[in-house]
Structure formats: structure tokens, C-alpha cells
Write a protein that binds this ligand. Structure first.
Ligand SMILES: [Zn+2]
Ligand SMILES: [Zn+2]
Length: 273
């Protein structure tokens, strides 16, 4: 039997004879179940429907791996390449041999991790393909829907590879994280942010959400927690969970000014007339 994939969030479940009754990720208040009911799929069914791996160089040393057309929430992975090995971040829900072959060409993976449970996707498949560790924050590890012995938990911060550090920020999930890549953006520094920090469509602001589909905002104390967690790091660019949008430069200043504006709205201090 293949692993079951939730058609709405693309998290994988063990290869049991029949799929579970519900997806614990989608019944959570941060996600959603279609009004027509829970639907399951498999990698073979997705491939038969025309989904293919979509691999792009995002910037030097950073490979993007998604699916075309996108599957479920539609995140694309980012693979940070270093001389000591590579880290995969936010694996997509669908993976094929072509994507795996491309990662093999750049030296495989030392570890695979994600910003938060909505993007665990095919994390176990990638771990199996390269014998890579699965790094999950202690606070969120129970959300992994396909348990695996390669899981190692962490909390606070973790330097996975030289210059590549996981930073627990909380907010969207207690273990919501960013990955800081010191050499990214030509040495100016990059944050891989997933849903921890949302880049807006104009690529000139950021925002925060507790639930994106259900339009629930992030409380002020959680916003401040994200800011405090990333302030020690040098960065100029933020990649969100999708190919676009990307906050290409000036990200540090934009993060501070957007967060101040967001808090004005939370407090009811913003003029809205
Ligand atoms: Zn789901
Ligand atoms: Zn999310």
C-alpha cells in the first residue's frame, strides 16, 4: 500500500489498508475540511492526474522544489546548499523521482525540516531517499502524521549546518520556525519563513496569521515573540512558503515597520476611515 495523502493539506499518513477517518491537521481550527468531506489521494494518483516535480534555482545555493500544478496548500521546498551538506525546508506534498534525482545531483540531504506542521508534506519520503534526519521542534513533533524513527526534536535554536540555523518563533504554531541562512542574498542573509512570517503580494510588506484560510489574526504577544526570535540575526531577504511573493531586500526594516502597523490594527489604534 502507498502512503495516504490528505487532498487538502497534503500531509502523509502511514500505508495502512484504508485511510484514517479524518485528517488531524485539517480538523484543527487553523485548517479546513471541504464541505464535501475529507478526501484522500496517493502519489500515484497525483502523478496520473498530471502533477510533476518542479525544480528551479531560486538564487545561487538555493534550490526550489515544488509540484506543477501545485498540490493542496502548494508550498515549494527550499534546499539550502552548503559545503557540509544540504538542508531541505518545507517539503511539498507531492514528490517524484525527477525531483529526487535533482537533489541527488547536488549531493543529497543531511536533514529535512519545515516551518510548521502544515508543510510537513513529504518529509518522510525525502528522509528515506537520502537517509536524512527529520528535524522537528519538540513543541510540534506530535503533529507529524506519518511517524518515523529518523525524527530528532529540537527547541529554541539549532545550527543544523555552518551558517544555517533553525529559530523557533512560535505564533502560527508553538513550534513555528524560520531558517536563517547567513550566506544567502549574496551574504546579506536570508530568512526562510514559511507561514511564520507572511510576505504580502506587493513584496513590500509582511504580515502574520494564526489561521490563513479562516482569517484569524495572530495575537500581539505572539507577534512580539516572532520579532524577538529573529532580531539577533542579520538578514535582508525573506522567502515565504511559495515561489512568490518574496521580500527581496530591506527585510529587516520592513519586518519592524509592518509589525508595528499590524499591532496598531490589533489594538484598534489604526485610523480606518
Ligand atoms: Zn489534511
Ligand atoms: Zn500554515
Amino acid at each position: 500500500m502507498p502512503a495516504w495523502i490528505c487532498a487538502t493539506c497534503a500531509n502523509q499518513y502511514p500505508d495502512t489498508e484504508s485511510p484514517p477517518r479524518e485528517c488531524v491537521i485539517c480538523t484543527d481550527e487553523r485548517q479546513w475540511v471541504p464541505s464535501s468531506g475529507q478526501r484522500w489521494t496517493t502519489a500515484a494518483e497525483l502523478a496520473a492526474a498530471g502533477h510533476r516535480g518542479d525544480v528551479r534555482e531560486v538564487e545561487p545555493g538555493l534550490l526550489g522544489i515544488g509540484a506543477d500544478p501545485p498540490v493542496a496548500i502548494g508550498q515549494r521546498a527550499l534546499v539550502v546548499q552548503t559545503p557540509e551538506g544540504n538542508l531541505m525546508w518545507d517539503p511539498p506534498g507531492f514528490t517524484d523521482e525527477r525531483s529526487i534525482a535533482r537533489v541527488r545531483e547536488i549531493g543529497g540531504l543531511r536533514a529535512v525540516t519545515a516551518s510548521h506542521p502544515h508543510f510537513y508534506g513529504s518529509i518522510v519520503e525525502w528522509s528515506h531517499a537520502f537517509g536524512a534526519e527529520i528535524l522537528l521542534p519538540e513543541a510540534d513533533a506530535h503533529w507529524l502524521t506519518r511517524p518515523d524513527p529518523a525524527v530528532r526534536t529540537w527547541s529554541g535554536t539549532l545550527e543544523v549546518l555552518p551558517g544555517v540555523t533553525l529559530v523557533q518563533c512560535g505564533g502560527h504554531f508553538p513550534g513555528s520556525a524560520v531558517a536563517h541562512w547567513a550566506d544567502g542574498a549574496g551574504g546579506a542573509g536570508v530568512l526562510l519563513a514559511g507561514d511564520t512570517i507572511f510576505v504580502t503580494p506587493g513584496e513590500d510588506r509582511i504580515t502574520f496569521v494564526w489561521s490563513a484560510p479562516n482569517r484569524l489574526p495572530l495575537p500581539e504577544r505572539a507577534v512580539r515573540g516572532v520579532l524577538d526570535a529573529v532580531r539577533p540575526y542579520r538578514f535582508d531577504r525573506i522567502y515565504g512558503g511559495w515561489w512568490q511573493p518574496v521580500l527581496r531586500s530591506g527585510a529587516r526594516e520592513v519586518l519592524e515597520s509592518s509589525a508595528s502597523r499590524y499591532i496598531e490594527f490589533l489594538r484598534g489604534d489604526a485610523a480606518v476611515d
